[in-house]
Design a protein around this ligand. Structure first.
Ligand SMILES: Nc1ncnc2c1ncn2[C@@H]1O[C@H](COP(=O)(O)OP(=O)(O)OP(=O)(O)O)[C@@H](O)[C@H]1O
Ligand SMILES: [Mg+2]
Length: 345
């Protein structure tokens, strides 16, 4: 059985009190000889021993609490730092060594916070600077592809360059989003959106991709008048990530269904796939940055940076919602985007 420090403290106090009582009896016995209790008088002996026992218990308990409280605070601080909550500060202690330890841990967390902010700035600046030349290169390659006179082979190569430029630009944009979400500098343009229209747009964009992979893709009936209060570009981005995954991690001949329904004062948009599913113990970890599940025979060749879901959840949180998942191995997964409902369309 694992005991908490408070339980340990009580046990410690009880054990120490028993030892103190024994010491008292022995010392009285030693002072007065074998009949010490009788020499003092039985009533005085009992009063004295009880008072001594009570004082010893109280002193031991208070001393123990003084030591254990700051240790608990330090343990809590270390746990929070491990979870990335680097703005937490461990309270000072009256015990010099523990106070020194708390101060050093606080200094370490502050320094880690600075390094983290520097890393975010670097990623944000580099990806921001890379975006413009990449977009320009993409446009030039697209212009070249519109021209006549290229051999079939040259055209094929240009298409490959175009495809890779698009991938690179999307990756750079994802990195920029991730840095902005983390540094809380993401700018949103939120307003009321017609949910069914938005879903129809997204579906028409992803239908060709699903068809290319031989997947059935359906938009379940959408109740008219449903609205969202969100940034349309960011909602498309999140749904794009979820649909991209539903295509990538599906099985041959599988299906994807997208649907929407009200959920209290929010809206829930579900993307259900018939892929291999995700083991229950890994469901939380897929939202961590750069986290990809161990490849299975069906997913070994699937490419990805492991950023899509982390960014999607970050964007949903920034808009006052979240992304959650249910999954059954061998049956498929359902990702749900929850966002605040809007007013009248
Ligand atoms: N629908 C799904 N079915 C099964 N596994 C999934 C599904 N969606 C995500 N995963 C697992 O979660 C991991 C993280 O997904 P995420 O979208 O963050 O990254 P990615 O798809 O690998 O890369 P990218 O940054 O290009 O999106 C994936 O690598 C995959 O292992
Ligand atoms: Mg993905």
């Amino acid at each position: 059985m694992k005991l908490k420090s408070q339980d340990n403290l009580v046990l410690f106090a009880v054990a120490a009190c028993a030892a103190a009582l024994e010491a008292l009896i022995v010392s009285l016995w030693a002072a007065g000889g074998p009949g010490g209790a009788f020499l003092l008088g039985m009533d005085r002996f009992l009063i004295l021993s009880h008072a001594y026992l009570f004082a010893a218990c109280a002193a031991i308990y208070l001393m123990g609490r003084r030591i254990i409280r700051p240790i608990d605070a330090i343990l809590e601080g270390i746990t929070l730092y491990g979870q990335g909550r680097l703005t937490h500060r461990i309270p000072h202690s009256k015990i010099q060594e523990l106070d020194e330890l708390a101060r050093n841990l606080n200094r370490m967390a502050a320094r880690l916070g600075e390094v983290d902010a520097m890393k975010n700035d670097l990623v944000a600046n580099v990806s921001h600077e890379l975006r413009s030349p990449l977009s320009a290169m993409e446009s030039y390659v697209k212009l070249l592809l519109e021209e006549e006179g290229f051999s079939k082979r040259a055209r094929e190569n240009l298409r490959r360059v175009d495809g890779n430029l698009v991938r690179l630009r999307l990756m750079v944009e994802e990195l920029l989003d991730a840095a902005q979400i983390e540094s809380k500098t993401l700018k949103l343009e939120t307003h009321t959106l017609d949910l069914c229209r938005l879903l129809r747009d997204v579906v028409s964009l992803y239908e060709p991709l699903a068809a290319e992979h031989g997947l059935r893709f359906e938009l379940l009936p959408c109740e008219k008048g449903l609205t969202l209060f969100a940034d349309p570009a960011k909602v498309r981005q999140v749904l794009g990530n979820l649909l991209d995954n539903a295509v990538k991690y599906n099985r041959p001949g599988g299906s994807i269904a997208i649907s929407a329904k009200p959920e209290g004062s929010a809206m829930s948009i579900s993307v259900r796939d018939s892929g291999g599913g995700i083991p229950a113990h890994l469901l939380d970890s897929i939202f961590e940055r750069f986290r990809r599940l161990p490849p299975t025979p069906g997913t070994a060749k699937v490419r990805g940076a492991g950023l899509g879901l982390a960014i999607s959840r970050g964007l949903a949180h920034a808009m006052g919602g979240t992304v959650r998942v249910r999954s059954e191995e061998g049956v498929g997964s359902t990702f749900e985007l929850i966002l605040p409902a809007g007013g009248e369309p």
